[in-house]
Design a protein around this ligand. Sequence first.
Ligand SMILES: [Zn+2]
Length: 113
Amino acid sequence: MAERSLRGRSIGAKSLESDEGVVLAERRDVVYVCPQGHRTIVSFASQAAAPATWFCHCGLACIQENSDGDPLESGKPKRSHYDMLMERRSEEELKKLLAERLEKHANGGDLLD
Ligand SMILES: [Zn+2]
């Protein structure tokens, strides 16, 4: 058996390699703007093609700043489940459905039946 002891190292321990002499790939920052005006700056390797759209923290699609696309067109907010529901049913119908469901539930029925 070797004289040297094996030292335990935790998972995720930092590398012992130094970053001395490491040259980072050239980067460029691409700015995306969402329809609400939020700006998101994303770094890409200079050779990498930046995607045409990016998703903002608010959930809307952003386009690259200074691109030709119309931000209101390409960043059109997606319809939510609620929006789609409201397209199919009137508020009056929904109130009636809810009342029926609640009544069923009150009588011991399963809400999802
Ligand atoms: Zn946004």
